[in-house]
Write a new protein. Sequence first.
Length: 79
Amino acid sequence: MSKSDSRYDDLPDVRDGLNKKERMILYCLQKTQQEFGGRNVPTITLYGRVVELVDISQEEFQEILSRLVGLTRDTHLLD
């Protein structure tokens, strides 16, 4: 994918509303939980797995992860 196509990475998919980075975080979480026998996955471990698949900063990762687990709300959806 070229740099000009990267603008589409943040667009939500019409099937479930997840963008590429959100999908990768959930995918890695599921795979890592399976490896850990269903136990909790350390955030740093999850970040390491995600960053192997997609270019994402620690801050963006934390923001997305917090939103996915329900610690924050997506305020732009309320406007």
